[in-house]
Design a protein around this ligand. Structure first.
Ligand code: ZN
Ligand code: ZN
Ligand code: ZN
Length: 146
């Protein structure tokens, strides 16, 4: 048992779920994947870490985390589903439309907007995914404006 629980582990525990070894392994891989991971990559890493964890168990765990709102999915660059961990309820990135590079960032500054929307529509906002599109510095130097 670790002394400092990750936010994802805490979210699972607070929702009343047992922190089993497969769940911990999957969460650990998700937390150390740099933001996004495809199902194929995740399965390969789980297999490498602990071959006793089956595919069905991995997908059951992913479904559970999606249900709890700590994991979101996104389809990018075609048909590949990405899993994104968002234990704090938000996830933000910029996608370069030139090279498809993804820049992850933490601070969104949306709390005032969220408070405003909650008041205006009488809703309780639990999370958000902010995806911005643009052209990265590399692509802009390669393609000077006409
Ligand atoms: Zn992202
Ligand atoms: Zn680019
Ligand atoms: Zn945010």
């Amino acid at each position: 048992m670790t002394t400092s629980e990750s936010p994802s582990v805490r979210a699972l525990r607070q929702a009343g779920y047992k922190i089993t070894t497969p769940r911990l392994t999957i969460l650990d891989i998700l937390e150390n994947c740099g933001g996004h991971i495809t199902a194929a990559e995740l399965l390969a890493r789980v297999e490498a870490r602990d071959p006793s964890i089956g595919r069905a168990s991995v997908f059951r765990t992913l479904d559970l985390m999606i249900k709890l709102g700590i994991l979101w999915t996104s389809v990018q660059g075609g048909s590949t589903v990405h899993y994104m961990l968002m234990p704090n309820g938000h996830h933000h990135h910029i996608i370069c439309t030139g090279c498809q590079k993804r820049i992850e960032f933490d601070d969104c500054g949306l709390s005032a907007l969220i408070t405003n929307l909650e008041a205006r529509y009488g809703v309780k906002i639990d999370g958000h995914l902010l995806e911005l599109y643009g052209t990265c510095a590399d692509c802009r130097t390669q393609q000077p404006a006409p």
